[in-house]
Design a protein around this ligand. Structure first.
Ligand code: SAH
Length: 187
């Protein structure tokens, strides 16, 4: 796993998604080196960089040009990116041109989540996995309802990880979340 502290950050771009959460996403995704992955709302590239090391191909999309630039710089910093395509566009639009997806991660959707999930559903291979990270309660509810409407059996996990900081007089636990990880698998 890459370490949070090693990522280039920007005050205009959220992320990276914390290491423990990236680890949960990786194991839930069942990623292998034959998979084609889409990271919609790639931000700083926290998730893109992890999948670039494990998947066949990663396509990362973000509406914010600054996010695309930071993601590109992180890939370069970690010596990754040969199998990554970066697209500066809205996910619902960019996804229309992408076929045969094995894993779709939605880390950001604005108000477009339902449209994005409609396109992902259409483009996802059988046995393909969808993973949505959500901070807003509203996004969690929207994601679950939409996945059910599309015929999935969604699962939701809320993660609340605290890391210890060792001080002179003890260890202080510092919380970094909570965040929900919503997963679904195509039949
Ligand atoms: N997982 C990322 C953090 C994602 S933050 C990391 O590890 O760094 C969410 C990102 O989603 C933001 O950069 C935002 O610009 C992007 N975003 C929001 N709505 C979007 C949409 N409709 N299409 C594509 N990207 C979107």
């Amino acid at each position: 796993m890459l370490e949070d502290k090693d990522f280039i950050k920007s005050c205009d771009v959220p992320g990276p998604t914390k290491e423990a959460i990236r680890a949960i996403i990786l194991y839930k995704s069942e990623v292998s080196n034959t998979d084609k992955v889409v990271d919609c709302g790639c931000g700083t590239g926290g998730i893109t960089c992890e999948f670039s090391q494990r998947a066949r191909e990663v396509i990362s999309i973000d509406t914010n040009p600054e996010a695309i630039e930071v993601c590109r710089r992180n890939l370069e910093k970690f010596g990754l990116g040969d199998n990554v395509t970066l697209i500066n566009d809205n996910g619902s639009n960019a996804l229309k041109d992408i076929d045969n997806i094995d894993i779709a991660i939605v880390g950001g959707s604005g108000r477009e989540l339902e449209n994005i999930l409609d396109v992902i559903h259409e483009k996802l291979n059988p046995k393909g996995r969808i993973i949505i990270t959500a901070i807003l309660v509203d996004t969690k509810v929207e994601a679950i309802n939409k996945l059910k409407e599309l015929g999935y059996n969604p699962k939701i996990m809320e993660a609340n990880v605290s890391n210890g900081r060792v001080l002179d007089r003890g260890i202080m636990m510092i919380s970094e979340n909570p965040i929900a990880i919503i997963t679904a698998k195509k039949r």
